[in-house]
Write a protein that binds this ligand. Sequence first.
Ligand code: HDE
Length: 703
Amino acid sequence: MSKEHPTAPATPPGTIEPLVSDYGAGGEIHQHAAEDSPRLTTAQGVTISDNQNSLRAGAPGPTLLEDFVLREKIFHFDHERIPERVVHARGFGAHGIFECTRAIPEITRAAPFQTEGKITETFVRFSTVAGSKGSFDLARDVRGFAVKFYTDEGNWDLVGNNIPVFFIQDAMKFPDLVHAVKAAPDRGFPQAQSAHDNFWDFISLTPESMHMIMWQMSDRTIPRSFRTMEGFGVHTFRFVNAKGESTFVKFHWKPRQGLQSVTWNEAVKTNGADPDRHRRDLWEAIERGDFPEWDLGVQMFDQAFADSFDFDVLDPTKLIPEEQVPVEIIGTLTLDRVVDNFFAETEQVAFCTQNVVPGIDFTDDPLLQGRNFSYLDTQLKRLGSPNFTKLPVNAPRGCPVHNFQQDGHMQTANRKGRVNYEPNGWGVGPRAHPLEGYVSFVDKTAGEKRRLRPESFADHYSQARQFYISQTQVEKGHIRDALIFELSKCEVADIRARIVAHLLRIDTELATAVSTGLGLAQMPEPVPAARPTRQDLPASPALSILLNGPEDFSGRVIGLLVSDGADADILAALREAAEKAGVQVKLVAPSIGGITDSAGTLHPAQEKIGGGPSVLYDAVAILFGKTDKPVAANPDAQDFLRDAHAHCKFIALHQADALVEASGLSAMLDDGYFQIKMPQDIAPFLENCASLRFWAREPTLAG
Ligand code: HDE
């Protein structure tokens, strides 16, 4: 254990010996450390005698400039912050391992895919895009899904998102896109949202964004958890084998937990109830050993397919439907370790799309090419020195690093000796290796030097339509509602109309519904389009969240609202059945001290009513004692039930009639409700929970 940074004791805070304080003769406080505790020191290693009082000339008297202990402590504190990421500022990281489940050496020589069973260490950072570091987790926003593979042949960063396409086709537009979505420069708001004029103004003038907009307005941007979302490399990359032959590849992360999102109303309320919802969820899952897993899938294709495909595979606003090129699983990522220190790891991790290893190469996707400049550049600004590659979270692990790069701010690894150049006649130092080294795929390029956008990038609406028609009715309704919500936040009526003019190119029914929802005075003309929208592209079920949900209810949480006298047998049976199913039960009670059940057993609560609203749970159960009237009158208890109802959750009830009535729901009980009369009634409730929501209720909520 380092003397400088002792790790926290294992003993819980309440049992730690308090430091003894007393007033000395001069009125100053002395603190006596326990003899065996490590000494508190300055950064220079000098033991500090008093960490509570600055050096003063008398009492009261001026503080002395001479007090180097005080000055050093405050100086360091003053410099604790580094610039937050210009996008993806709010993120959460975890360590994991990648296991190759299908070796593909004939296709790529990339180290992680050479042998079945091969393990590669990884670090993953999930993020929102638009909000600042201190914003809330459930913003309607794209999520970053960045993975660093510490391979045997160097670091490979697959810096992806949870949506397989992007807003723009050329890096040139990125600063404008980001300026438009982030807080307006004059007022500094709104924070972490796209529901404002600048964003929609930009979008309305950027037809290529319409495919991404369909995804962004879908529930993909309000995931239930980082654990329940997909990840995508977005661009077409190249796999390159030992012979130098290339295969195009698109990367997919498929969550073994199944896809799951929340509803918009739930997201808004969750941001108040627990702004750290997603990071807490990931932390808790890993800490309890319920390690989240994703399969790595690849869509592989050759130039002949690229030439025959309806769209340009280098256009990042397009995807290749899985039904057309199957996603082949080649490995599994398991997140099994939380970070030791948020700053050192999550904050200082530096992903760069240019970090590739032999076997992985770029394509001419103009967005990818621009990113390759941006990431290295931004890390220098953020981390302050080109030596950020030496930070433990960024340093390669599976291979040595030898080069003649030297000096610079915060250098910690200079070579010894006089030789710092290559080639040198001293016979010292590393040399390049033409066979083992990274060789770019040999590609012919020719063309006029011009600022241009290829013709093949010109169809902006066909895949937007394809995404829309691939959704279930419920999901289509959510896209419509999201558009109405967001555009209703735009003060300029013309912006609303301009978006509807784009929607007309995608789906008339959607455009009409949005126009009605916005109360547009008249339907605008469709925007002029470079290409007509193709009506013949088939629906792709892989694009729906609801068609790709979990197989069971494991990894989910039931919120159990209880009161004193709750039936002991039912409570025990629910807990037992849930545990068997890998489901957590969290008790929400009138007081955090808990309740006493009908058998007289005390059950401590995890939340007090109000602190644990039902938005935090995947399903709810209400288990009251015989005298539940006072709890039924509690507005927070009523919100608990009303929200669970409004969010289409499955609800189990035992002796909860008074609450149902007080919540105004007596006439609304449907097949998503389960009356628990005896312990045996729990099984059907839990079985139904696997489908996550009782969507049949949704139409009854309208108005
Ligand atoms: Fe990024 N992006 N990006 N981006 N991006 C950054 O790098 C950029 C794009 C993505 O958890 C920045 O370290 C440009 C697409 C993720 O640390 C910056 C363009 C995709 C993360 C940057 C794009 C992404 C970033 C800010 C258009 C999905 C967070 C801080 C040409 C495939 C990584 C940083 C983390 C972060 C630039 C577009 C994903 C400024 C110029 C497309 C997941 O370098």
